[in-house]
Every structure is written in structure tokens, then in C-alpha cells.
Design a protein around this ligand. Structure first.
Ligand code: PMP
Length: 430
């Protein structure tokens, strides 16, 4: 094991030390495994589709760093690129050529992104895109959808998905009412609620921010026509449409959800895959809009380590591997996975269903895939917990929440997909 571990310490003692140190024992809430009925797994290393815990036990990994790794862990090209970049100094505090290369690669993949800015997280990217939208429109209100997660900036925590939903908290303590009051939360896939909100708040909504495919309440697919309706009502009212593609960007394909669904947003936020596993975020849009950002314009946004050379190196190495035929191969393997899971659900007569968009999927313990957050959150958590524990005991590490996407990637080959199906079949039988 290449990782340096405290000598002689095993999972339970390390867990105790972590709990004495970090709130809930973790540095990000979903890692605490709350609601799984199991203590959190501490991971020491990963390779391809596999991860090893600190006791040396191996798991087939479907967390994939919450979507940041699509090539599998410790991909040789990324590892080598980071090693080489590290030799040039970790952070130099001025523009590095690699920022330009990764920025150009992203711009070339996304026609709606003419200019962009790198940040260090998805949270910063969405927060900054919202600030830009408010400045560009001179309006304050922002619309988001229930169950969607856009990072932990104050205004976007209302009825959020991901860890916020897993912990069952409606928003967050510490967010002033005056801030929360600027956010309007609507049900996803509800065209009439959207129309009504735009009638009620006409001329006052700066932006609608959406995950084009909700991936933080488990997967919720946009119903046919919903995104087109969203594009139409926002354009008609002079409201900017922000696609939060932190998960879908370079995962549904090189062009993200905007290419898959043929919708051109005004602003796009990215993260995860574009950093190859290193901390990253980015936001971009038209030249005109992005030129409002300082120092070109008067919307301030900055970051000491933004465009970090190591992140840029990892992201470039990752994007270099993201060829269209590999996405097609992944789609075919996920076709097989969905077919296998659905057959197992049927065979064992479980009230469960698979929600899937492209390579993203969630097994929900409800009869049909949800169309909005209320349906997703009403799924059977007890049944999910039993399933999660059976999978974990059999060596499959699913995201430790019923409301998260599974992230199979290019390293999950046919053999791993079959193993996943067989393990799920046994877990559903039990
Ligand atoms: N937007 C979406 C759609 C996300 O899924 C996430 C994180 N899971 C974020 C924003 C926030 O990104 P980060 O955790 O890098 O701040």
C-alpha cells in the first residue's frame, strides 16, 4: 500500500480519532454514512474501479469520488501528468499555460461557453454564476428546483438535495431569512408551476439555476419538453438560464446535458470530471456576459488557488482520454447494467426501479422512477438501507445515501458490470 497510514491503526481506531476531530467525523457530510445503518468506511487507496479501505478490504466503487473520476482511480496518464506538474512548483500565483490549454479544451467542447473562469469548487462556480446573473439583469430573485444541489452557498441551500436531503434538513441554520427569501424553490418537471412563478414575479427573476438532469436527489430525468419550456420562459422574461453541469458536464458526453438535450443555456457551471479528481469548478458563457467579471468588468470573483497548475494538469490528462467512442462503450455497459438490475427487481418481486440518464443511474425503492423530489424522497429508505448493507458486505461500495447517483465510469468493464448485477441480484433476493 503506497498510502502512509499511522502504524498499527485499523478502521475503528481511526474512526474514533476522526470523530474526535471533525464534525460528524468527516470533512463533507455524505461521507458519514448517516442513514445507512453502518459506520463510515475510511478509504486508503483506489485503482481503476476498485477502492481499498484502511483495513485492506477491497470494494467495487460506485462513488467514483462523487463523479469526479470517470476514468477510474489512479489513472496512469493523470498520475503521470500530476507528477510532472508537481516538479514545476505547486502553485505560482500567476497565469500558467496549462490554464489556457484546459480552458480552450472546455470551450471547444461547449458551444455556449465562449469565455470561462476557473474556481476551486463547484460551490464557488455556481455562487459566482448567480452573482453574475444578478449583475447582468439588475434583478435579485433566483429560481431553483427542489432536490437539486448547487453547492453550499447561502442562497442555494433551500430544499437542496445531496447531503442536505440525506440528513433530512430543509435548508441550513445560519442562512439569513433575507438571503433565503431571494430564492424561489419550484418542483422539477412542473411546467405550470414554472409558468405561474414567471407570471407572479415577472421582470424580477435574475436566473433559473438547474441541474438539467437532477443527480442529487438520486437521478431524476427531465420530462420531454421541460427543459425547452424552461429555456422559452426564461428567454421571454429576460431571465438567465444557468445549467449546473457540475455532474453532467463531460459525463453525459463531451458536450454535457446541453448537447444531449439540445438546449443552449446562458451560463454553465462545471466541476468534478474537468479536474480529473483534483479540486475544481468553472463557470462560463457568452463573451458579453463573462466580460462583466473582474477585472474585465465590475462583478468581483477571485481565488488564490484558482486554475491550480496540478488541477489543470490532471484535467488536461483526463479530457485527453474522453473520446466519444468511450462514452458509447460506457452507455452500452450501463444498458446492460440497467437490464440486469431491472431483471433482478422483477425476479424477486421488489418494489424498486432504476432511474437512468446516460451513464448516471439510481436504484430507487419505489415502483417507478421519480419525476420530482417529493417522489424521490418518498422512496423506501429501510429497504434501501438493507440493500446498501448487503451490497457493502458483498464488497460493493454504493453511494451511502438513497438520494445519490451511482457513477460507473470507463474503468468499470464488462466483468465489473456483471459482478455488480450478480451482487445486486443476491442483495435483492435476501
Ligand atoms: N453542483 C452540483 C450539481 C453538484 O453535484 C455539486 C457537488 N456534488 C456542486 C454543485 C458543488 O460542488 P463542490 O462540492 O465541488 O463545491
Amino acid at each position: 500500500m503506497s498510502t502512509v497510514l499511522p502504524a498499527g491503526e485499523r478502521m475503528d481506531t481511526l474512526r474514533t480519532r476522526a470523530e474526535a476531530l471533525f464534525p460528524g467525523g468527516v470533512n463533507s457530510p455524505v461521507r458519514a454514512f448517516r442513514g445507512t445503518g453502518r459506520p463510515p468506511v475510511l478509504l486508503a487507496r483506489g485503482e481503476g474501479p476498485w477502492v481499498w479501505d484502511v483495513d485492506g478490504r477491497r470494494y467495487l466503487d460506485l462513488i467514483s469520488s462523487w463523479g469526479a473520476t470517470i476514468l477510474g482511480h489512479a489513472h496512469p496518464a493523470i498520475t503521470e501528468a500530476v507528477r510532472t506538474a508537481a516538479g514545476d512548483g505547486l502553485a505560482l500565483g500567476a497565469t500558467h499555460p496549462r490554464e489556457i490549454l484546459l480552458g480552450e479544451a472546455i470551450r471547444d467542447a461547449l458551444p455556449s461557453v465562449e469565455r470561462l473562469r476557473f474556481t476551486s469548487s463547484g460551490t464557488e462556480a455556481v455562487m459566482s454564476a448567480v452573482r453574475l446573473a444578478r449583475a447582468a439583469t439588475g434583478r435579485d430573485l433566483v429560481v431553483k428546483f427542489a432536490g437539486a444541489y448547487h453547492g453550499h452557498s447561502d442562497g442555494l441551500l433551500a430544499e437542496a438535495g445531496s447531503g442536505v436531503a440525506t440528513l433530512g434538513i430543509p435548508g441550513s441554520a445560519g442562512v439569513p431569512e433575507s438571503v433565503a427569501g431571494q430564492t424561489i424553490v419550484l418542483p422539477f418537471n412542473d411546467a405550470s408551476a414554472l409558468t405561474m412563478a414567471f407570471a407572479r414575479y415577472a421582470g424580477r427573476i435574475a436566473a433559473v439555476v438547474t441541474e438539467p438532469v437532477v443527480a442529487n436527489a438520486g437521478i431524476i430525468a427531465p420530462e420531454p419538453g421541460f427543459l425547452a419550456h424552461l429555456r422559452q420562459v426564461t428567454r421571454a422574461d429576460g431571465t438567465l438560464l444557468i445549467f449546473d453541469e457540475v455532474i453532467t458536464g463531460f459525463r453525459l458526453g463531451p458536450g454535457g446535458a446541453q448537447a444531449s438535450f439540445g438546449i443552449r443555456p446562458d451560463l454553465t457551471t462545471l466541476g468534478k470530471v474537468i479536474g480529473g479528481g483534483m479540486p475544481i469548478g468553472a463557470y462560463g458563457g457568452s463573451r458579453e456576459l463573462m466580460n462583466l467579471i473582474a477585472p474585465a468588468g465590475s462583478v468581483y470573483q477571485a481565488g488564490t488557488l484558482s486554475g491550480h497548475p496540478l488541477t489543470m494538469a490532471a484535467g488536461l490528462a483526463a479530457l485527453d482520454e474522453l473520446r466519444p467512442e468511450r462514452y458509447l462503450a460506457l452507455e452500452r455497459r450501463v444498458d446492460r447494467l440497467v437490464e440486469g438490475l431491472s431483471a433482478a427487481i422483477e425476479r424477486h418481486g421488489r418494489e424498486a426501479s432504476v432511474a437512468r440518464v446516460g451513464p448516471l443511474l439510481t436504484l430507487f425503492f419505489r415502483a417507478t422512477p421519480p419525476t420530482d423530489a417529493d417522489e424521490a424522497f418518498a422512496a423506501d429508505r429501510e429497504a434501501w438501507g438493507r440493500f446498501f448493507r448487503a451490497m457493502l458486505d458483498a464488497g460493493v461500495l454504493l453511494p451511502p445515501s438513497p438520494f445519490e447517483a451511482w457513477f460507473p465510469g470507463f474503468a468499470h468493464d464488462d466483468a465489473e458490470i456483471e459482478l455488480l448485477i450478480e451482487t445486486a441480484d443476491r442483495a435483492l433476493a435476501a
